[in-house]
Design a protein around this ligand. Structure first.
Ligand code: MRU
Length: 341
């Protein structure tokens, strides 16, 4: 009998602490972190032990609960919100989730209980969203057999099955696919380390490519569709996602293949008018100077390390959310999905 690996649970609240699979150690080691304060969760988010837009939102929501169980005061609630919101700037889900929990607990007699109910509601919504996006995206991409994806967008990045990777897995389950091209996603190798780990567990056919191979592969007709996640979607539909996404969109447009973005409505920031207002996280240059403990260049080489880039809405074929698909992607269609069923 073939034994399948258990579904990935990247974070879970155990009633007292937040337990998280340390994603910096994957795929070599599966180690669980036990995080017992908002500061500890914020630190884990900063160093990408917990990562992926919807996942950091859910983790931060439970981090507020963890903090309130230690210190059930409004001052602790405010401090937790601040430390968590500041952990990473680009993904909309972080501030969205923390603010929701903060708002639900403020003024309540039992702060931790009120916060817990809200955190559980957010997690349940994200779980349901993952399934709905998977179904809608698989229907949209019916017929595509060779999918290219970037960074990591599976169960390590969002509660449930994830975002873009959930779409690919659902398409594979419904119709079968030929292959998933996973980009390495330098500098931190989310594709090489995390997506490949997930694709193996899902038993999906795949090939890892270096980031710079993607455009040529697409131009040569080797890819039917590009499917990626998102970290913040502006009101006009511009999309911030892992650095390298914009280049994939350019290549997809030139080759006239679909470039599909998948993300829950918690990633849409209606208060952000366009991509130019999105703060792009600039990370430690040391991440560019090395990879998986190997030194790649001269130690004091000057580097830039933007973690995300912005793809203009006009280059996105469709935005798949749990409330429907925006297509074409623009202000009115994004507003329609945000206000959708
Ligand atoms: O820096 P990371 O690893 O948190 O970046 C993650 C991504 O860019 C994902 O594509 C994004 O969060 C959407 S998928 C859930």
């Amino acid at each position: 009998m073939v034994t399948r690996p258990a579904p990935v649970v990247a974070v879970r609240f155990d009633g007292g602490a937040l337990r998280a699979l340390d994603q910096t150690l994957l795929p070599w080691e599966e180690r669980e972190l036990v995080l017992d304060s908002a500061a500890a969760v914020a630190e884990a988010i900063k160093r990408l032990a917990i990562r992926g837009a919807p996942l950091i939102g859910v983790a931060a929501a439970y981090a507020v609960v963890v903090e309130l169980q230690r210190d059930p005061t409004e001052a602790a609630l405010d401090r937790a919100r601040q430390v968590l919101r500041e952990a990473r700037p680009t993904a909309a889900n972080l501030a969205y989730a923390v603010d929701r929990v903060h708002g639900a607990a403020t003024g309540q007699n039992q702060l931790a209980t009120a916060a817990l109910e809200e955190a559980q509601a957010i997690e349940a919504e994200e779980l349901e969203a993952s399934d709905k996006m998977a179904a809608a995206g698989a229907e949209l991409l019916s017929g595509a057999r060779r999918l290219l994806t970037h960074c990591n967008t599976g169960a390590l990045a969002a509660p449930g099955r994830g975002t873009a990777l959930a779409v690919i897995a659902e398409l594979a389950a419904r119709e079968g696919i030929e292959t998933v091209f996973a980009t390495e996603s330098r500098p931190l190798l989310q594709g090489a380390r995390l997506t490949v780990w997930e694709l193996r567990r899902l038993e999906l056919p795949h090939a890892l490519i270096v980031d710079s191979a993607a455009a040529g592969l697409i131009a040569a007709g080797g890819v039917d569709a590009v499917v990626v996640g998102c970290d913040r979607v502006a009101a006009n539909g511009d999309v911030a996602n892992k650095v390298g996404t914009y280049g994939l969109a350019l290549a997809a447009r030139e080759a006239r293949i679909p470039f599909v973005v998948t993300g829950p409505t918690s990633t849409i920031d209606a208060g952000c008018r366009s991509g130019s207002e999105i703060t792009i996280e600039e990370r430690d240059p040391e991440e560019v100077r090395g990879a998986a403990s190997a030194q790649l260049t001269i130690s004091d080489t000057s580097c830039r390390n933007p973690a995300f880039d912005v793809t203009p809405a006009r280059m996105v074929t469709a935005l798949v959310t749990e409330r429907g698909i925006a297509r074409p992607v623009d202000g009115p269609t994004v507003r329609a999905v945000v206000g959708g069923p």
